[in-house]
Design a binder for this molecule. Sequence first.
Ligand SMILES: C[S@@+](CC[C@H](N)C(=O)[O-])C[C@H]1O[C@@H](n2cnc3c(N)ncnc32)[C@H](O)[C@@H]1O
Length: 230
Amino acid sequence: MKRKDEIKSAYKSLGKAHGFYDGMMMGTTLLGRMVMKTVWRMTQEDALEYRFRAFERIPAGFAGKLLEVPVGTGVLSLPVWKKMQKADITCLDYSDKMMDAAQARAKEMGISNITFCQGDVGALPFEDGMFDAVVSLNGFHAFPDKDKAYSETFRVLKEGGIFCGCFYAQGLNRHTDGYIRRFYVPMGFFTPPFETMDSLEMRLKGMYGEVAVSNVQSIAVFQCRKSKGR
Ligand SMILES: C[S@@+](CC[C@H](N)C(=O)[O-])C[C@H]1O[C@@H](n2cnc3c(N)ncnc32)[C@H](O)[C@@H]1O
């Protein structure tokens, strides 16, 4: 419970400073580009590449039910959801401050097919098999109870549905790993234990079919399908 409160409070501050957060995620501010380069050893092209791969399995004309968890400020996903006007999208996050920024952005962008929902990925308020796709961008390195997060995202996905996204994986760059350990964990933004590429692939293959795992620098990208009988 203590860890959950720490995470909530860390993202509350970040939600209030969402301009800073968005600049960091997109590399659109000087400070954001510095963080991208120094901590993540990434160029803006790298960041574009991992985002492209994370969404790659959701077809452009997707018209089903999609869950995004966590939505954060929506800086990465809302431009993509805007193009999917026939989809029925639910965006969930633990932090109402992060989600306030996402809701304001969706309104500004004129997106109306999204329902926002404050909640915990470890206890999703949805029925089994309700979604055709579950997307999770940069969430699993933050979630405190990763086993629950994996089992809940699996539970709410229907058979044949797509689970895809990205997050930080340990062991790919020792500089990045050092920054995460020294700053991001104590500040409450990231919560160990972290997956390695091998542990992630093994975990997903134990749950899903058609698993593809790749990385851009220290960001692991995953794409999988829930097969029959799982
Ligand atoms: C690094 S942000 C990623 C947000 C967004 N997907 C992005 O890529 O910009 C991590 C988010 O996870 C949320 N979060 C942390 N623990 C959570 C939980 N147990 N359930 C739902 N969201 C959670 C935080 O509130 C925060 O908004």
